[in-house]
Design a protein. Structure first.
Lengths: 356, 356
DNA sequence: CTGTTAGCGCATTCAC
DNA sequence: GTGAATGCGCTAACAG
């Protein structure tokens, strides 16, 4: 609780001017070794901490941040993430941030390529990337690396890139959470259906695959692999979905648990609700609007939430810490908590403010 | 993304000086009705938002905050809450906050009375109260109300008081979460033991009672009241605990789920682990060190976490918002999310930083 | 190499 | 009633 030392006090104690102190604080040249050491010693002794906010005021620089993520409808994963970004911007509204968003179609590599190609032209000081396609992402990253523009990944990270930070969920852990929940909830002789949806080679499929690995590992470790039935369905076309699900549950009455490793759990939930099939526990990912409705009416038992708002929020604060003070986190890959959301604790996650 | 308007720009547009703008911003007197209206109109039009941080710098006031909460060992609930308070203080280290802590014994009203009686003498600008005893709390609150000192409750709130805000968990919801988890996990013909510990008339017992009501209501709503066995044990004396638990589980082999509505779930977890009794799902509250150990070794299945760090963190930020700008939240009673923590997602809650 | 100075957005005191 | 002037902690340009 000792009073924070100011730059003026440090200067006085060191017998130099504030200009010199400022120079050693920012590692700028033009300071004699002797002065530098003396000032540094005092800095360490009093545990000097720079005042982030006054410093930001004095800097009065404009920062141009470009955000490129998949486009999303209201209430979907990427929409929530953008909300977190906005909130962080508000919190830092004393810094002048110019922010451009380039959304792309996450199922269309060409759309992604086009969006990413526009990034450099906007002359960003930093970039937030929600990556999807391997090739396109690597191309963008190497261009940014060349120009020395820092970038941050959200949701997914890619090998052989140099992001300032990456905020992702631990997807395999998500799979094992699902396994733990379902195994505890269905009887020893019942079965758990793992519903995989056919989809392209995009990041969604990657996340789902990682979750699947985590789930399979959990089942193997607990000697319950035999309780799992893997089925691949085409959940894309609503017309055929009904038939596929009907035949699945018709031919497998022993299925008492279902997991869907992406945000489309509502498709199963809605089916079970409409058909009036009870006593099947459904677990899926992401607090999207449709999933939430299923959670509320009981057709989904639990949702695993990756805190997309928080990812977006942290992406911005991390970026600004770097832009203002060149501060980097020690471990650039940050794993977000995976929240287990039931009907009973849903309200508190819906209103969560990522900043406060 | 429009640039934030500054006080200078507002003044220019209104054709007045910054002094006058400042006067209307802070609702001070000495402004003609005409000027006030004109300035207010421009303020509203551009959506002016004060810059919290530069303003804090200019104010250079000292704030004295007193914290009075139950004393706790490392890793316990109140210890975590204090950690959150410290983190918030760090984040606001540009504001000069003088902070005194008065801890008391939560099982001893006299100790509480003594601590609370010292509060006024410290001349606080604001107080954070972790309340326990009804009488003592009301006495303190009325004294603070008299002196116009704002105070905030954490963990629990009391009727007939006027706190600036209260951060608590929704205890009945905690009970229903436990109910939902356990009912889903034990067979239809198995039983769930609700273990109540004998304890005094303090806040812990209040919280536990509220959780119990939530649990009972859940059981009633889902027509599963018959699955519940309520037992009252004296978990205070370690010597007799073993015998009591042994006789409980010995005489009721149909018990497959156990809930403990306070943070002492580890007592049951440790018993089951030591006795080698498998297949009983234990659910309890709070991420204390001993509970965490049980979660890790599987003797506790789930812990409900109330985010004590966050409560402490928010208490401080809310207080400072008020002290600096007289800002109050619309709803002074804020319910914290109740996190469901399994072994699989434990790591992410352990490292959670309440601020970032 | 170092000190001085102007200025960031805001609050406040003191003249007018 | 109002404006000008000063200062908060900090940055950066400039002068020596």
């Amino acid at each position: 609780m000792a009073k924070q030392a100011t730059i003026t006090e440090i200067a006085k104690r060191a017998g130099v001017s504030i200009g010199t102190v400022d120079r050693v604080l920012h590692n700028r040249s033009g300071v004699s070794k002797k002065s530098r050491e003396k000032i540094q010693a005092i800095l360490d002794e009093v545990g000097y901490k720079i005042n982030l906010h006054t410093s930001a005021v004095a800097l009065r620089k404009e920062y141009r941040i470009v955000i490129s993520v998949p486009e999303a409808s209201e209430g979907e994963y990427w929409d929530s993430l953008l909300k977190g970004i906005s909130q962080a911007m508000e919190e830092y509204s004393d810094i002048h941030i110019i922010c451009d968003t380039l959304a792309y179609d996450q199922f269309d590599p060409a759309s992604c390529r086009e969006a990413f190609s526009k990034v450099a032209g906007l002359n960003p000081d930093a970039v937030i990337i929600g990556p999807t396609f391997d090739r396109e992402t690597h191309d963008l990253c190497s261009k940014l690396d060349e120009n020395g523009v820092p970038y941050i990944f959200v949701d997914t990270t890619f090998p052989d890139t140099n992001p300032l930070a990456a905020f992702t969920a631990d997807q395999p852990a998500g799979g094992s959470i699902i396994g733990s929940l379902l195994c505890s909830m269905v009887g020893k002789d019942d079965r758990i259906a793992l519903i995989l949806s056919k989809s392209g080679e995009n990041v969604k499929a990657q996340n789902a695959e990682q979750r699947r690995q985590g789930l399979l590992q959990y089942m193997a470790q607990t000697s319950s692999s035999g309780r799992l039935i893997e089925v691949e369905l085409d959940l894309g076309s609503p017309s055929s979905t009904h038939g596929q699900l009907a035949s699945l549950f018709g031919s497998h009455p022993e299925i008492k648990g279902v997991c869907i490793l992406n945000s489309r759990g509502h498709i199963v939930g809605e089916f079970l609700r409409n058909e009036g099939i009870p006593n099947i526990k459904v677990v899926a990912f992401d607090l999207t609007d449709r999933n939430i409705r299923c959670l509320e009416d009981g057709s989904i038992f639990a949702l695993i939430c990756q805190r997309p708002e928080r990812q977006g929020f942290l992406a911005v604060t991390t970026l600004l810490e770097y832009l203002l003070y060149r501060r980097k986190s020690l471990n650039p890959h940050i794993l977000m908590p995976l929240d287990i959301v039931l009907r009973e604790n849903l309200p508190y996650y819906q209103t969560t403010d990522p900043g406060v």
